[in-house]
Design a binder for this molecule. Structure first.
Ligand SMILES: [Zn+2]
Length: 103
């Protein structure tokens, strides 16, 4: 299985209890009240059977969008693409609320 769109972006999700979740995905959608993160990959039929496939490319059966993570929107306070890796489990992206770095 390989990433089609290059290395996935880094995302920061701040949960309601203040926990920071850092994950890597191409993007996300909101489906049935949950954030659904996904990545576009090239995968064999066998690999697709082991992943949760969200969408397929009609013209290319090996190009699929697989689920990476799912979280109820109600448990998430903030979502952003991370400009910096987390530090000691905290977001240090500049210029974001809740960031300890500031601008
Ligand atoms: Zn951040």
């Amino acid at each position: 299985m390989e990433f089609v769109a290059g290395p996935p972006a880094r995302w920061h999700l701040t949960l309601k209890d203040g926990t920071l979740l850092e994950l890597w995905a191409d993007g996300y959608g909101i489906v049935n009240g949950a954030y659904e993160f996904s990545a576009l990959v090239r995968a064999t039929e066998e690999e697709q059977g082991q992943a949760h496939v969200l969408a397929r490319t009609p013209s290319d059966s090996h190009r699929v969008m697989v689920a990476v993570a799912r979280l109820a929107t109600g448990s998430v306070q903030d979502v952003h693409t991370a400009s910096r890796p987390s530090h000691d489990g905290a977001c240090v992206c500049p210029g974001l609320p809740g960031s300890s770095a500031g601008e």
